[in-house]
Design a binder for this molecule. Structure first.
Ligand SMILES: *Cc1c(COP(=O)(O)O)cnc(C)c1O
Length: 400
């Protein structure tokens, strides 16, 4: 096949889309570690600056390695356009700078990534953009939250850490009827498990830092869309404001995408095995994983996703002490709030990722003191279970 035939299957696109071979006939992709590019003449320079001729100008907005990653990710999302950014948060900032103005409102699902909440609540408010927070799964609440000044709906599905699932096709209809845009943060599923644009979303946001890299090496992000006008506004914002991805990081993500379909399937299988073990353990009160049939989002996730993902949480009988005891008893799992890594991670949301919201807000979001989150990695699931069992099989430590 042609290496830029974007109609191939995802496994093929992940390995082949976006590569542009140079005259050196390299097999793997090169890294173009250059800040600027030379022109064949003064007229060529003028033509490329004025964009009457396309071509590389300066790596803040045109770099071949970054473009290779952008094309591969766009192909996987079933889209044409992608702009890579310095981080996932830089992608969300670019989204706001490109599409919002003073007086606009945005409807945002409660429980989105903590820094996203801070960006909307603290920074964008200073520019008179007003966020309205809406429960992720309540379609009536979305309908009534959307008013004449609402410019976009911003959702993260499944949610973190409880795995609640939003109906993307229904939200796309609500957005269309209100003449606003549906934006989906697709970090947890990746395009391997969920393609929001094909369900009617207008824009997909990524933190490439998580599963796209998959081995915890680099920070990066991206904005993906099928709409040329929206893409142009992202591109021009990035070009002028400058939160660009470095060529080296783009190369790491581009190579990371080659194994994304394989890795996501393994993350899903391992998470399913660990979830079933936890369900059967007497020390565990409740397991939150959309792959379990009694999870409230199960049927919807089964319909709209191609897998249930690698993130799960569980409530222990007990409180914070018991949760910390189980976390501290592990010897292999990494105690870190990060996720989307080959290495399994474990965290206590109430005292880390969700510590900056009030206890009342945590309770409303279902984040209890005895909740533990696991980002299931690619080790043997038997070994992950052995490590969790060290604390779970032990009697609860007496409180002091
Ligand atoms: C990590 C993350 C982000 C932010 O990405 P960075 O690369 O850390 O800036 C945004 N959304 C979700 C869901 C994330 O997990």
């Amino acid at each position: 096949m042609d290496i830029n035939d974007f109609s191939a299957d995802p496994e093929t696109l992940a390995v082949r889309a976006g590569q542009q071979r140079t005259g050196e006939c390299e097999h793997s992709d090169p890294i173009f570690a250059t800040s600027s590019f030379i022109f064949s003449s003064a007229a060529d320079a003028a033509a490329k600056f004025s964009e009457t001729v396309s071509g590389n100008v300066y790596s803040r907005f045109t770099n071949p390695t970054v473009r290779a990653f952008e094309q591969r990710l766009a192909a996987l999302e079933g889209a044409t356009y992608c702009v890579a950014t310095a981080s996932g948060m830089a992608a969300i900032l670019c989204l706001a700078l490109a599409l919002l103005k003073a007086g606009d409102r945005i409807a945002v699902s409660t429980g989105v990534f903590g820094s996203t909440v801070s960006l909307f609540n603290k920074i964008l408010r200073r520019f008179e953009v007003q966020p309205d927070f809406v429960p992720l799964t309540d379609l009536d609440a979305w309908r009534s939250a959307v008013g004449s000044r609402t410019r976009m709906l911003f959702v993260e599905t499944p949610s973190n850490p409880l795995g609640e699932v939003a109906d993307l096709a229904a939200l796309a209809t609500i957005a269309r009827e209100a003449d606003c845009l549906l934006v989906v943060d697709n970090v947890y599923c990746t395009p391997v498990l969920q393609q929001p644009l094909l369900l009617g979303a207008d824009i997909v946001v990524h933190s490439a830092t998580k599963y796209l890299d998959g081995q915890g090496r680099c920070v990066g992000g991206a904005l993906v869309t099928a709409d040329e006008e929206i893409h142009d506004s992202f591109f021009n914002t990035l070009r002028t404001a400058g939160p660009a991805m470095s060529p080296f990081n783009a190369w790491v993500f581009h190579k990371g995408l080659e194994t994304l379909p394989l890795r996501m399937r393994a993350h899903c299988e391992n998470a399913d095995t660990v979830a079933r073990y936890l369900v059967s353990h007497p020390a565990v009160e409740r397991v939150y994983y959309p792959g379990l049939v009694d999870h409230p989002g199960h049927a919807l996730a089964a319909r709209q996703q191609q897998g249930f993902g690698g993130i799960l949480s569980f409530d222990l009988a007990g409180g914070r002490d018991r949760a910390w005891q189980v976390i501290d008893a592990t010897r292999m799992l990494s105690i870190t709030a990060n996720l989307g890594d080959a290495k399994t991670t474990i965290t206590h949301p109430a005292s880390t990722t969700h510590s900056r919201i009030t206890a009342k807000e945590r309770a409303a979001a279902g984040i209890g003191e005895a909740l533990v989150r696991v980002g299931v990695g690619l080790e043997s699931p038997a070994d992950i279970i052995t490590d969790l069992a060290r604390g779970l099989d032990r009697p609860a430590r007496l409180s002091v």
